[in-house]
Design a protein around this ligand. Structure first.
Ligand code: ADP
Ligand code: MG
Length: 485
C-alpha cells in the first residue's frame, strides 16, 4: 500500500486537511493505495494556480504549435508507458486488461488528435456592410473544472484535458474517487514534457467535498462533467450562480433494436457486447434490447445461452471478458436492480453474484426477458451488466419504445433493410446511433446526448468548440468622424 499525492501547481502535494482516503482493487477488495482527501481549500489552491497560468499567459499565449507538440509528446509517453498504465487501470477499475490496453491506446490517440487540432482553430471574416473589417476571433474559455467518472478513468481524462489544452485553457480535473491512480501516474510526466505549472491540476477527493467547490468556484469559467444525471442536475444548479458554461454527459438507457431480418449470429453477439462490455459500466450501454416478435423467443434463448459462456475472472487474466464492478457501492446498486428485476420480469440468465470468485465485486451477466418498458429496470440507469429484453411488433412500435425514456445518449438498430434502418436512425432521439453495431467510439466523431443525457458534444471538432469563446472585432476602415450630433 502506498500514498499517492495529488498534483497542484506543478507539485505533488497532500491535502491541506492532511487526510487521505483508500483506493481499492475491486477484484480482491484490498486497499491498494491512499490518495489525498481534497477539500475546498485544495480546490482553491488549484484554481488559483490555473488562474495564474491562464491570466499570466503561460498557456494561452504559448503558440498553438507549441501546445500541439506537447500534446503529441504526452501521447508518445502514454504509448511508451502503455503496459504499466493499462495494468494500473485494470487493477483499480476492475476492467479486463485487454480492454484497459484498448483504452490506453485510445487515450493516446485523443491527445494526438487534439495536438493536431491546436493549429487548426480558425476565426472568420464577417461580411458586414459598412466600410469595415469584421473578424471573429476564437479564444480559450479560461479555467475549466473537469469532473469525470470511474468507468474509463484515463480515457475520460483525455476527452476533457486534450481539447481544453489544445484550445489554450488551463485545467483543474477531479477524477472519480474510486479511480484516481492512472491520471496521477500520468501527471508524473507533465513537468518533464513541458507543461507550465498550473496548466494542469489534478485534485483528488469526493464529489461533495472536492467536486462541488470546484463547480461553485467563481474563478472557474467552465465546467465539463461526465457522470450520473442526479449529479448533473446539482452541477447545473450550482453553475447558475456564476453563469458558468457547462457541458454535461450524463446517463442513458439506450435501446439496441433488432429486426427479424438482421444477421442472427451477429445480432445476438451485438446484443451481448452492447450491454456486457466493461461489465456494463458504460454510459451508452445497450441496456434495453428491443427484439422483433417473430425472432423474439429464439433470440432470448440464444442470448441466455451465450451469456452463460462469458468468462468472468480476475481483471489481469488475459482470458477474462468481465471483471468485477468498480466498488462495493456499485455492486450493491446492481445487486438491488437484479432483485427488482426478479419482481418485474422473467430472469433468463444470471441474476446474482458470480460465486466462483471467492472475493471481489463480481456480478453475473444478467438478462431479463418479457420486460415492460414501464418497469423500473427499463427506465432507470443501472450502470452494470443487467439487460432488459423487450419484444415489439413492427417498426413504429420499435421507435415508440426506443424513444419512451427520459434519456437520449445512444441507440443502435440492426437490420439488413437499409431503408428501414435509416428511417429508424432519423426517428430515434439520441446523440449517437449505430447501425449493425454498438459501442465503437472514435475521437474524430461527436459524442454526447439528447434529452436528459445532457448537452454539449465531446470529441472531434465539436469537442474543442466547447472550450472556445468567440470574440467579435470590428475595425473601422474610415477615418471620417461619425458626426451624429
Ligand atoms: P456514481 O453514481 O457512479 O458515483 P457520480 O455522478 O456520483 O456517479 O460521480 C461522477 C463524478 O462526479 C465523480 O468524480 C464524483 O466524485 C463527482 N461528484 C459526485 N457528486 C458531486 C457533486 N455534488 N458535485 C460535483 N461533483 C460530484
Ligand atoms: Mg457518486
Amino acid at each position: 500500500m502506498y500514498r499517492v499525492p495529488m498534483y497542484i501547481n506543478g507539485e505533488f502535494v497532500e491535502s491541506t486537511g492532511n487526510s487521505w482516503f483508500p483506493v481499492f482493487d475491486p477484484s480482491t477488495e484490498d486497499t491498494i493505495a491512499e490518495v489525498p482527501d481534497g477539500n475546498a481549500t485544495d480546490v482553491e489552491l488549484a484554481v488559483k494556480a490555473a488562474r495564474q497560468a491562464f491570466d499570466g499567459g503561460d498557456w494561452p499565449q504559448a503558440t498553438a504549435q507549441h501546445r500541439g507538440r506537447l500534446l503529441f509528446k504526452l501521447a508518445d509517453y502514454i504509448r511508451q508507458q502503455s503496459a504499466q498504465l493499462s495494468e494500473l487501470e485494470s487493477r483499480n477499475s476492475g476492467k479486463p486488461i485487454t480492454e484497459a490496453e484498448f483504452d490506453v491506446s485510445d487515450t493516446a490517440t485523443c491527445f494526438e488528435y487534439y495536438g493536431g487540432m491546436a493549429t487548426k482553430v480558425l476565426g472568420h471574416v464577417n461580411p458586414v456592410p459598412d466600410n469595415a473589417l469584421s473578424l471573429s476571433l476564437r479564444e480559450p474559455v479560461g479555467v475549466t473544472g473537469q469532473i469525470i467518472p470511474w468507468n474509463y478513468p484515463l480515457a475520460m481524462a483525455a476527452w476533457k484535458l486534450a481539447p481544453a489544452l489544445a484550445a489554450g485553457c488551463c485545467c483543474v480535473l477531479k477524477p472519480a474517487e474510486q479511480t484516481p491512480l492512472t491520471i496521477l501516474e500520468l501527471a508524473k510526466s507533465f513537468e518533464e514534457i513541458g507543461f507550465p505549472k498550473g496548466v494542469i491540476n489534478i485534485v483528488t477527493g469526493f464529489g461533495e467535498t472536492a467536486g462541488a467547490p470546484l463547480v461553485a468556484h467563481p474563478d472557474v469559467d467552465k465546467v465539463a462533467f461526465t457522470g450520473s444525471a442526479a449529479v448533473g442536475k446539482l452541477i447545473l444548479r450550482s453553475a447558475a450562480e456564476s453563469i458558468k458554461r457547462v457541458t454535461l454527459e450524463l446517463g442513458g438507457k439506450s435501446p439496441n433494436i433488432f429486426f427479424a431480418d438482421s444477421d442472427f449470429e451477429a445480432a445476438v453477439d451485438g446484443a451481448l457486447f452492447g450491454i456486457f462490455i466493461n461489465q456494463g459500466e458504460v454510459c451508452s450501454a445497450g441496456s434495453r434490447i428491443l427484439v422483433e416478435r417473430s425472432i423474439y423467443s429464439k433470440f432470448v434463448e440464444a442470448m441466455a445461452a451465450k451469456a452463460k459462456t462469458i468468462k468472468l475472472g480476475p481483471p489481469l487474466d488475459r482470458e477474462t471478458k468481465m471483471g468485477p464492478l468498480v466498488s462495493r457501492e456499485q455492486y450493491d446498486r446492481v445487486r438491488s436492480y437484479q432483485e427488482i428485476g426478479k419482481g418485474e420480469a422473467k430472469l433468463v440468465a444470471g441474476g446474482g453474484r458470480f460465486e466462483s470468485a471467492a472475493k471481489g465485486f463480481y456480478v453475473e451477466p444478467t438478462i431479463f426477458a418479457d420486460v415492460d418498458n414501464r418497469a423500473q429496470i427499463a427506465r432507470e440507469e443501472i450502470f452494470g451488466p443487467v439487460a432488459a429484453v423487450i419484444p415489439f411488433d413492427g417498426e413504429s412500435e420499435a421507435i415508440r419504445i426506443a424513444n419512451d425514456t427520459p434519456y437520449g445518449l445512444a441507440a443502435a438498430v440492426w437490420s439488413r433493410d437499409i431503408f428501414r434502418a435509416l428511417r429508424v436512425v432519423k426517428a430515434v432521439r439520441a446523440g449517437v446511433v449505430w447501425v449493425n453495431h454498438m459501442q465503437p467510439t472514435y475521437v474524430e466523431a461527436p459524442w454526447g446526448g439528447y434529452k436528459q443525457s445532457g448537452f454539449g458534444r465531446e470529441l472531434g471538432p465539436w469537442g474543442i468548440e466547447e472550450y472556445l469563446e468567440t470574440k467579435q472585432v470590428h475595425i473601422n476602415l474610415s477615418e471620417q468622424p461619425i458626426g451624429w450630433y
